[in-house]
Design a protein around this ligand. Structure first.
Ligand code: CP
Ligand code: NVA
Length: 304
């Protein structure tokens, strides 16, 4: 039966472990100039309703480097924009391509595509989740910290799609995760319950960023207004005061703290220029790892 990757709750711990190992292996092989033609003759479709630099290009290059082909479809250029039902589009695309990566606003749309497709569907970000991002971020943490066990991860900022996926990962892997969000911007209760996180003591929710980053090994942040929320930014700037990841806040973390950001970053808002441009910063390695992780995801879904 075909598998989808719509949220990290679709994966078991063994699946995470396999993807980490395989992505690191594929990265090493690529570094040695070895091209693994694992997906020759296979096609990945990408339907993106929102902007993307990293996720789109990482998926496209991953597919090309594995010997396959990507086809990018802006929603505006397809009959989706003229209200062809998702279930019809999904059934037709299943006759042409081998896998579909989707970036949409409403998560329910990705679920609808997955239900009607006979090919694997990958969530490349929705308003609710960004699973592929967290998989490659955990790969970066493993590279820098030697693993994820006994690693304190602090999320500082908005309780958004990326944060929801962190909660999902923490509930499957037992991560030591503390999320500091302003009161009206915390993780939605429905996401917490769905992640099983209401009963897990390895996940801490607070509105105090100083508490969250105390002795943290990893500090992670993301924009204060996600795609689709741009009009709210002005109001949000006040709500998020004190939540900027800057040198003062990081002084509470461990001295070898790894600072991560999924990017794109808004300098002077959720992260300071100084932290973003710090020598040895890992943001660019983090972005690169998306390509390697996407290869492992594509291989596991298309060839399973
Ligand atoms: N991190 C991430 O998903 O970036 P893009 O929006 O550029 O794809
Ligand atoms: N939370 C951000 C992530 C971008 C990669 C957004 O949805 O815009």
């Amino acid at each position: 039966m075909k598998k989808d990757l719509l949220s990290l709750l679709d994966l078991e711990k063994a699946d995470f472990e396999h993807l980490f190992k395989r992505a690191i292996q594929l990265k090493e092989r690529y570094g040695k100039g070895i091209f693994d033609s694992l997906l020759t003759g296979k096609t990945l479709g990408l339907i993106f309703d929102k902007k993307s630099t990293r996720t789109r290009i990482a998926f496209e290059t991953a597919m090309i480097q594995l010997g396959g082909h990507p086809i990018y479809m802006s929603t505006q250029d397809t009959q989706i924009s003229r209200n062809e039902p998702a279930k019809d589009t999904a059934r037709v695309l299943s006759r042409y391509i081998d896998c579909l990566a989707m970036r949409t606003f409403d998560h329910a749309l990705v679920e609808e595509f997955a239900q009607s497709s006979s090919i694997p569907v990958i969530n490349a970000l929705t308003d609710s989740f960004h699973p592929c991002q967290i998989l490659s971020d955990l790969m970066t943490i493993i590279e820098h910290k030697g693993g994820y066990k006994n690693v304190k991860i602090a999320w500082v900022g908005d309780g958004n799609n990326v944060a929801n996926s962190w909660v999902n990962a923490a509930s499957v892997l037992g991560l030591n995760l503390t999320l500091a969000c302003p009161d009206n911007h915390s993780i939605g209760q429905d996401f917490i319950v769905n992640a099983g996180a209401d009963t897990l003591d390895n996940i801490v929710f607070t509105n105090d960023p100083w508490e969250a980053v105390k002795k943290a090994d990893v500090v992670y942040t993301d924009v204060w207004a996600s795609m689709g929320e741009e009009a709210e930014l002005e109001g949000r700037l006040a709500a998020f005061e004190g939540f900027q990841v800057n040198e003062a806040l990081l002084s509470r973390a461990k001295s070898d703290v790894l600072v991560l950001h999924c990017l794109p970053a808004h300098r002077g808002e959720e992260i300071s220029e100084q932290v973003l441009e710090a020598p040895g910063a890992a943001f660019w390695d983090q972005a690169e790892n998306k390509r390697h992780m996407h290869k492992a995801i594509l291989e596991s879904l298309i060839l399973s």
